[in-house]
Ligand binder design. Structure first.
Ligand SMILES: [Mg+2]
Length: 170
């Protein structure tokens, strides 16, 4: 018997772990450097309770964010997470390309390489769901969150329930 590969959990930062667009918040992150600075006051909106919950899901956690390595420097310590692998993404040049795909979709399917995955992001559309369904042979959960709220404990419960339904090792 071969053990089923461990699912990957792709984590977005802006609008997911770091809510934005709510009261007193800009509608989008500022320029690179300003937003990712450890002194950014908006970082207080990161829910530190999420770290242990995400760790407990049994997935391989992986950053899927334009923050790239800076997520390990700034966000991981806030959540009590160790440095995580960073998904190799193309340079950000807008949420969606000319083909309407979210800018990360192709890269995440490639990175998953046939393993089951969960992707939490505030920008997910039908085009992305269709692409993953057609191009990814294993189960995938594309879980969209509301950017002004970000990822919540009930979201993590939904992800956990989905993971429990995955086919067992075999
Ligand atoms: Mg985002």
């Amino acid at each position: 018997m071969t053990a089923a590969p461990r699912p990957i959990l792709f984590l977005d930062v802006d609008g997911t772990l770091l809510p934005f667009g709510g009261p007193g918040m800009p509608s989008a992150p500022g320029p690179p450097g300003s937003w990712t600075a450890a002194s950014n006051p908006h970082l207080s909106r990161v829910d530190r309770n999420l770290g242990p919950l995400l760790s407990g899901l049994g997935c391989e956690l992986m950053w899927a964010t334009a923050w790239m390595q800076e997520a390990n420097e700034v966000i991981a310590p806030l959540l009590g997470l160790p440095p995580l692998p960073v998904a190799d993404l193309p340079a950000y040049s807008g949420d969606r390309g000319a083909d309407s795909l979210q800018w990360k979709t192709r890269a995440l399917v490639r990175t998953a390489a046939g393993r089951p995955f969960v992707w939490v992001d505030d920008v997910i559309g039908q085009v992305d769901r269709g692409w993953v369904e057609a191009d990814h042979p294993a189960p995938a959960l594309l879980h969209q969150v509301e950017p002004s709220v970000g990822l919540t404990v009930p979201d993590v419960a939904v992800i956990s329930a989905w993971l429990r339904e995955l086919p067992a090792a075999g």
